[in-house]
Design a protein around this ligand. Structure first.
Ligand SMILES: [Zn+2]
Length: 304
């Protein structure tokens, strides 16, 4: 029997509301360089990515373009799928979240398991939502009443949603970050993640009404009136890209890997450092071991 060491590296799953931009190309190349260096050292390494198809942002971009969501998302996702080849990057797994039956099964599986664990509950909610971030914010998160990434005021949303009991994992997440069991690089991003935890983790909504999601996305198991929140959906793409909930390839390259690294942009740190480990703790799967957080690269400027 071979006991080859295995390793997992991912680039994030971009929204497909527009054609690929240089920031994502940068991330792919960065993740690929790490995967290649690892293979040079004879470590059996997979590099995975995908597209985050099910966001409200995509739905709105399709409406603005006067196209059906499916046609719009398919066309944009195709451009993202063609990008690795153009960059000389070979991916070993790709989650197209609106088209993959494996991904849908993975999301349903995780939702059900979190529910069985007592980590999912329904509540009436009123909150401030930035569609560009696809995230609810508390007033304390805002800068002069605006989302601090997009500098626009969030929308007020009121509906009944399913919530994930993130608060239950406060101590576990704090310990992960403090001990370095989840290593966040660079250090300033680790401090930022720790500051989020120290302010107190608040349960977050993991579904949307069908009407607000405009019927686009993966339905909540046993409740077709709700669509799974796009971030809950997209993070699971890291697992479904390896065939999860089927175990074989997933166990080989995730569960038994010596390193599970996500390469991400600075704007999605909180999803990866807080939400994602909590979801994995809830379902009893292995946690990522490292996050490499890069700044923004755009045509005119670099932001650290
Ligand atoms: Zn925003």
């Amino acid at each position: 029997m071979t006991t080859l060491t295995t390793r997992f590296v991912s680039a994030s799953l971009p929204y497909v509301n527009a054609v690929p931009h240089i920031g994502y190309a940068f991330e792919l190349v960065l993740a690929d360089a790490i995967a290649r260096a690892s293979r040079e050292r004879r470590v059996d390494t997979v590099l995975v990515s995908g597209t985050d198809d099910n966001s409200l942002k995509n739905v709105r971009a399709a409406a603005d373009a006067g196209e059906s969501v499916a046609a719009f998302v398919d066309a944009k996702a195709a451009a993202f799928q063609a990008l690795p080849d153009k960059l000389g990057v070979k991916l070993d797994g790709f989650a197209r979240t609106s088209r993959s039956a494996v991904h849908r099964a993975a999301v349903e599986h995780v939702f059900r398991r979190c529910t069985e664990r007592g980590d999912v509950y329904k509540k009436h909610y009123r909150g401030l939502y930035c569609v560009a971030c696809e995230q609810f914010y508390l007033p304390r998160d805002l800068t002069d009443g605006c989302c601090s990434v997009h500098l626009v005021p969030p929308e007020e949303v009121e509906e009944e949603n399913y919530f994930f009991r993130l608060s239950r994992y406060q101590d576990a997440i704090a310990e992960l970050l403090r001990s370095g069991a989840l290593r966040v690089t660079p250090e300033e991003r680790r401090s930022e993640a720790l500051r989020f935890v120290e302010r107190g983790l608040v349960d977050f909504s993991i579904s949307r009404s069908v009407s607000r999601a405009r019927g686009w996305g993966i339905a909540v198991p046993d409740d077709p009136s709700q669509i799974v929140y796009v971030w809950f959906d997209a993070l699971i793409g890291y697992l479904s890209a390896l065939g999860f909930p089927e175990r074989e390839r997933f166990d080989r390259y995730w569960t038994r890997a010596d390193r599970r690294l996500h390469v991400i942009g600075k704007d999605i740190l909180r999803f990866h450092a807080l939400y994602w480990p909590a979801i994995l703790l809830s379902i009893g799967e292995a946690l990522p071991s490292a996050l490499l957080v890069h700044g923004f690269l755009s045509v005119d400027r670099v932001t650290r």
